[in-house]
Ligand binder design. Structure first.
Ligand SMILES: N[C@@H](CCC(=O)N[C@@H](CS)C(=O)NCC(=O)O)C(=O)O
Length: 202
């Protein structure tokens, strides 16, 4: 049985939970108590020296990084409706968009989220937060260009990108950015997907 080391409030872990449910893959969840710094101690550091969740275990094979885990399972299982198509350029575009999701949305989002959630206002780095919000706003404007004529981001089907964005888009309202209309409608579609709702609990 696969094992997923995760934490219930970790958005990167949620991605893998959503994916495993979406693909109906049975697995066992091992909760890593981040609040007790279990992730920073042995034995967890032996399976993930970076002390992060999620980490995935398939027998003796151990893999971290949410995107790598999902990609591994897609390749291993060879589903009839794979996230990565046979077409080289379509796969390349999906890889490009995965990288942009991480660098242009999730990373700047974490700057704002972390400050607002865990730091007193006097400790906020306002300029960094503003720059991060601006970067996310520009990213959403670019997504708007796709979503004006598509329901989903890649090949117009719920897929890898929706799984990656899902746990993060619910935080958009706290980012102080304007959400373009088609992006807003897309977030509603993603957040009402059955597997997403099961994991995010809304
Ligand atoms: N790039 C990693 C990010 C993983 C990550 O940052 N996990 C956070 C929880 S959401 C974590 O483990 N933080 C604990 C720590 O850094 O001490 C992925 O996609 O899996």
């Amino acid at each position: 049985m696969y094992k997923l080391f995760s934490h219930p409030r970790s958005p990167y872990s949620m991605r893998v939970h959503i994916y495993l449910r979406y693909r109906n893959i049975p697995y066992e969840t091992v909760t890593v108590a981040l609040d007790k710094l279990e992730n920073r101690k042995r034995p967890y550091l032996q399976i993930n020296p970076y002390g992060k969740v999620p980490t995935f275990q398939d027998g003796d094979f151990v893999l971290a990084e949410s995107v790598a885990i999902i990609r591994y399972l897609e390749e291993k299982h060879g589903f009839p409706n794979p996230f990565f198509s046979e077409d080289l350029q379509s796969r390349a575009i999906l890889n490009q968009d995965i990288n942009r999701c991480e660098s242009e949305f999730c990373f700047p989002g974490s700057v704002v989220y972390f400050a607002k959630k865990f730091l007193p206002e006097e400790k906020w780095d306002e300029k960094r937060m503003k720059d991060s919000a601006k970067r996310m706003g520009r990213h959403l404007d670019i997504l708007e260009g796709i979503l004006e004529s598509n329901d989903y981001l890649h090949e117009n089907q719920f897929g890898f990108l929706e799984v990656l964005y899902a746990p993060f888009i619910k935080n958009i309202p706290m980012m102080d950015i304007k959400i373009p209309l088609s992006v807003e409608n897309w977030t509603k579609r993603v957040l009402t997907n059955g597997c997403v709702k099961e994991v995010l609990g809304e």
